[in-house]
Write a protein of this length. Structure first.
Length: 193
């Protein structure tokens, strides 16, 4: 089997990218470390050098996407003079687009959690906490006049993820329509119809 042509400094990241692709297509239980090694064009020992188990590999695939690092910048197009509903929509859209942008990871986590893969449950719970903390941070910064930002953050996360589930099961519905419907629930619950 050929040795990876990827420079050593990037080999781990390459393995993670290929693992995400294979796991998303087949589930982690259906993917063997040998299949991963073949797809990466490395020896199996190289996989185990970086990831001592498939569970560790799955955890790394999800956790090393660095969600929390991506949730620190306030959008530059947001003006505090904008109506509260518009600012709330900006916050919702950031997380909606983030979920869509990470669709392979979220599909993988959902599938693994439904199969009771032990590492998927705490990893998924940690991801939900990162999303919740991120939304809460954006609300504190962008919509500070909300009285119960923690509850609003929970609602935003719930609507983003229920919209994501709807996107999976209704792939022919435009994502913009799903986002509008999910945000309408947030808007009407928080600000009234």
């Amino acid at each position: 089997m050929p040795i990876a042509t990827v420079p050593r400094g990037n080999q781990r990241e390459h393995i993670l990218d290929v693992a995400l692709q294979l796991m998303s297509e087949h589930g982690s239980s259906a993917m063997s470390m040998r299949q991963l090694a073949a797809a990466c064009r490395v020896q199996v020992a190289a996989i185990y050098h970086y990831f001592p188990s498939k569970g560790e590999l799955l955890r790394s695939v999800v956790e090393e996407r660095r969600y929390s690092a991506r949730l620190v910048e306030v959008p530059v197009d947001l003006q505090m003079s904008d109506p509260i509903g518009d600012r709330l929509r900006v916050v919702f859209d950031i997380f909606w687009q983030g979920a869509l942008g990470e669709e392979p990871v979220l599909r993988l986590l959902l599938g693994e959690a439904l199969r009771n893969e032990p590492v998927a449950l705490p990893t998924g719970a940690a991801l939900l906490e990162v999303f919740h903390s991120g939304v809460l941070g954006f609300l504190e910064c962008c919509v500070p006049e909300l009285a119960d930002r923690d509850t609003v953050a929970q609602l935003v996360v719930a609507q983003v993820f229920s919209g994501f589930i709807r996107h999976i099961f209704e792939p022919d519905v435009p994502v913009e329509d799903i986002a509008a419907a999910q945000f309408a629930v947030v808007h009407d619950t928080v600000l009234g119809p």
